[in-house]
Design a protein around this ligand. Structure first.
Ligand SMILES: [Zn+2]
Length: 105
């Protein structure tokens, strides 16, 4: 997975390091936006669920979880392009996880 350089200017709430996995929680209002024509949520970086990078279902730290394929509504998503993770029910960005753990392990 490749990441583009992102200029970060955020009010950081918390940086945790879990097994060398750096998770940045931000205290800043950032939201996904809804694209009416394509009927999809779009990340702040422009990525969307059906792109090659996609959105991943994740936990509260942005680590990937086994996809539910809609059986159980899952509220947390991770952007495969910029590393932001967010809550889908209110579209709020919670933070960044640049090296999310995979659910496959
Ligand atoms: Zn993104």
């Amino acid at each position: 997975m490749e990441y583009q350089f992102i200029h970060l200017e955020f009010n950081i709430m918390e940086i945790s390091n879990q097994n060398k996995n750096v998770i940045i929680k931000i205290n800043q209002e950032e939201y996904l936006h809804y694209h009416e024509h394509f009927d999809t949520w779009v990340c702040v970086c422009g990525n969307y669920p059906k792109s090659d990078d996609g959105f991943w279902q994740c936990d509260i730290n942005g680590d990937h979880v086994r996809p539910t394929f809609g059986e159980i509504p899952h509220d947390l998503g991770h952007c495969g392009r910029c590393g932001r993770f967010f809550k889908l029910s209110d579209q709020k960005v919670l933070g960044f996880n640049f090296s999310p753990k995979s659910w496959r392990n």
